[in-house]
Design a binder for this molecule. Structure first.
Ligand code: FAD
Length: 453
């Protein structure tokens, strides 16, 4: 058996855990990071095994994500802009494809006006929500007791406007159906990104990418931590008391530490045994947080053929399985790359198909956006993350109905020496890498305060 002693053990080598470990070490604490996978980065993953560099997990950076931008700059990484010149495509309920520019989908003038009115109302409400304390809003209980779908039904009689507005937080962000989460959860999503309008504006929310892929952030953080990051060490048990913890991981490894940072998605908290068991409220709370489901699809072509046709590559339809798609061509690579997303119940239906049928169904959707050439990529890759043992969904966790108002205030409260942190429980940057990094800094501050004599 290997026995290690440290001030702090960090469980999970995603962007959050590695940020926390880096700050703790810089502040003079001794740290070890235990990672279940045989790689670092968690939900960030560069993969070039298909013959093209594809970012299978998180990739985009938006202008307000200052914590992530700070990390990118500090690590000496370069960014580039997503290609966005030309017309976007929208496919409406009649199945007809329309070209448009700007943010508002080209529905009838009445529906367009209704979408704009709804967004203005949602921006007003979002401005009242503190992303770190959404449960403190005076209407929190009411807003957490109504589904996002029902809330929008109260807001508008226009079904097409509702489908479009619902999509920005349902399919596109929480990756759950609009009847499965509350209006408060949706407003938290918007508040964490600065406004509801930001989620509507693809040029804002999907602004930049990192040259060589965003996984370089955790890769570089881990390289600097060196031997203090151990891979293929899933943590199985934490024996804890007020004085510290003994953490057991695969490979007969035991770490004794004064403080623990559990930087894993909340749906995985209960894969670890706690001795003694966690307090009742944590047991109950954990059961109210779950990840959504989305398939991220990459299709690579000899050239970005859609650009010749005056298309930007940006495409939306709440009525297709692939509800959104973008030009995802790499910096310095002449090949054209499209990325598409299929969420929630649409992902269920696609994943029930045989791989060949699924590929055909997805490429059919891409062809409806970009024309027949989209059916013939040279490389085609799907990533669903639901199949990954150490994630089990995507993009991140959200509460069930009523859970945010009931349990939100307790989600970051430590239990003895155990501190919880990940993008899933962030305020600003919630669900995003920016939130993971913010939580990494926040939890490091908490742990340093706990270590102080
Ligand atoms: P994770 O990255 O999940 O890290 C947790 C780590 O803990 C993992 O490495 C895991 O293996 C490890 N672990 C789990 N259990 C144990 C255990 N018992 N013992 C040891 N280790 C354990 N965000 C953006 O900002 N922009 C985007 O464009 C974007 N797109 C996305 C697309 C996809 C398909 C996905 C999946 C996510 C996307 N995200 C995006 C979200 C973003 O990637 C995540 O929010 C962020 O990377 C989470 O970081 P984290 O450190 O909090 O958690």
């Amino acid at each position: 058996m290997d026995r290690i002693e440290r001030d702090v053990v960090v469980i999970g080598a995603g962007a959050c855990g590695l940020t926390a470990a880096t700050q703790l070490r810089r502040s003079g604490a001794s740290v070890i990071v235990l990672e279940a996978r045989d790689r670092v980065g968690g939900r960030l993953r560069n993969d070039d095994s298909s013959g093209a560099l594809l970012e299978l997990g998180g990739q985009w950076v938006s202008p307000d994500q200052t914590a992530l931008k700070g990390a990118i700059e500090e690590l000496g990484l370069e960014t580039f802009s997503r290609y966005r010149d030309g017309d976007s495509v929208y496919i409406g309920p009649d199945g007809v494809s329309h070209r448009f520019t700007g943010d508002i989908f080209p529905a009838s003038p009445e529906t367009q006006a209704e979408i704009e009115r709804m967004i203005a109302v949602l921006d007003g409400l979002t401005a009242e929500i503190d992303p770190d304390r959404p449960w403190a809003h005076p209407r929190a209980r009411e807003l957490d007791g109504i589904t996002w779908r029902a809330f929008l039904e109260q807001l508008s009689d226009d079904a097409e406007a509702r489908s479009n507005v619902a999509m920005f937080t349902a399919e596109a962000m929480l990756t759950k159906p609009a009847h499965a989460f509350s209006a408060l959860q949706s407003l938290l999503m918007a508040a964490s990104a600065g406004s509801f309008s930001h989620l509507v504006d693809a040029d804002f929310i999907l602004d930049k990418r990192v040259v060589g892929g965003l996984q370089q952030v955790p890769l570089r953080l881990a390289a600097a931590l060196g031997d203090d990051v151990l891979l293929s060490r899933p943590v199985r048990r934490i024996t804890w008391s007020a004085d510290g913890a003994v953490v057991e991981a695969d490979g007969d490894l035991v770490v004794e530490a004064r403080q623990v940072v559990l930087a894993v998605p909340p749906n995985l908290y209960d894969r670890i045994d706690y001795v003694p068991t966690l307090p009742l409220r944590r047991h109950v709370l954990h059961q109210h947080l779950s990840l959504g489901l989305v398939i991220k699809i990459h299709a690579v072509y000899e050239e970005p053929f859609w650009r010749e046709d005056g298309l930007s590559g940006t495409a939306f339809s709440p009525y297709l399985s692939v509800h959104e798609a973008y030009d995802n061509s790499n910096h310095g690579d002449p090949r054209g790359i499209l990325v598409g997303f299929a969420s929630d119940a649409r992902a269920d239906r696609l994943l029930a198909l045989e791989p060949d049928e699924r590929r055909e169904a997805i490429l059919d959707d891409l062809a409806r956006y970009y024309g027949e050439r989209a059916k013939h990529p040279t490389i085609y890759v799907e990533s669903d993350w639901g199949s990954e043992e150490w994630t089990r969904g995507a993009y991140a966790a959200s509460f069930d109905m009523g859970g945010l108002e009931r349990f939100g205030a307790d989600v970051r409260t430590p239990v003895g020496p155990i501190h919880w942190a990940s993008s899933d429980i962030a305020g600003a940057g919630y669900q995003h890498v920016d939130g993971a990094i913010r939580m990494g800094h926040w939890v490091a501050d908490q742990v340093l305060a706990a270590l102080a004599p």
